[in-house]
Ligand binder design. Structure first.
Ligand code: FPP
Length: 246
């Protein structure tokens, strides 16, 4: 699909974050197991990653597994972990070809050793790629991330490395998993749900939101373009008045 004329390449979100939702419902509609929905969801991941790179989006973050997802049935968690390993193994070439750096946020120590190993391997092999940073949120929860930051900052205060008055937004940013990423400009959530589900709570302070009824396994390039076009029609005021922006 060629780029729609109404997309302005000079006004792209610098950081796009996606809550990929609806895999289970998609599979159920087809009388299939939930794991089949997740497997089909990887096709959308591939399509969206390639489209974002082609478009010129510099940062794409995908919510692949939340801290709360550990509470799903054991079989589903195992299927997701297996899928992650096979996707990481299979996509290394595509990442290299498209000059994409893989990054991750979340509590990696809680992942099975085999997933962590594969993930760190792809992160290392793609670390010098420049075109786009693809961040996978894995065993990620925003409250856990903030709690961890508070603990680490407190520890530095206690050991006189920083003082309480040094703590500002920048210090907090530096202690989040996302320390090397810009704030999120646009959040897309699929499947008709209108929730944030513990995703990047600090980083979305001024993000725009785009909700679509499309289930994640059906989400393709055209749906991404629709979201970007909607984003580009909005006036982002960051607390200022419309007149001040113009
Ligand atoms: C939400 O759908 C989706 C997930 C919890 C997992 C997302 C994972 C993938 C798309 C596959 C692997 C990802 C990568 C990055 C290779 P749901 O299960 O909550 O669907 P439902 O709300 O319809 O039940």
């Amino acid at each position: 699909m060629s780029l729609p004329e109404n997309i302005n390449k000079d006004n792209l979100p610098k950081h796009l974050a996606i809550i990929m939702d609806g895999n289970g419902r998609w599979a159920k509609q087809k009388g299939m197991l939930r794991a089949f929905g997740h497997e089909s969801g990887t096709k959308s991941v591939r399509a969206v990653v390639e489209s974002c790179a082609k478009l010129g989006i510099e940062n794409l973050t995908l919510y692949a597994f939340s801290t709360e997802n550990w509470n799903r049935p054991k079989l589903e968690v195992e299927a997701l972990m297996k899928l992650l390993i096979s996707s990481l193994k299979g996509e290394l070439k595509t990442l290299a070809k498209n000059d994409i750096r893989l990054n991750s946020i979340g509590n990696l120590d809680s992942l099975p050793a085999s997933v962590k190993k594969e993930l760190l391997d792809v992160i290392e092999k793609t670390k010098d790629n420049k075109r786009m940073t693809l961040t996978l949120a894995l065993s990620y929860g925003s409250r856990e991330e903030i709690m961890r930051a508070v603990r680490n900052i407190s520890d530095k205060v206690k050991n006189n490395i920083i003082s309480i008055t040094d703590i500002d937004e920048s210090i907090i940013n530096q202690h989040l998993y996302t320390h090397d990423l810009p704030d999120v400009d646009l959040v897309i959530r699929t499947s008709g749900e209108h929730r944030i589900s513990n995703f990047l709570l600090w980083q979305i302070a001024y993000a725009e939101f785009y909700f679509t009824d499309v289930l994640w396994p059906d989400f393709r390039e055209k749906d991404l373009y629709d979201a970007i076009i909607s984003y580009q029609k909005r006036e982002r005021r960051f607390g200022k008045t419309s007149e001040q922006i113009k």
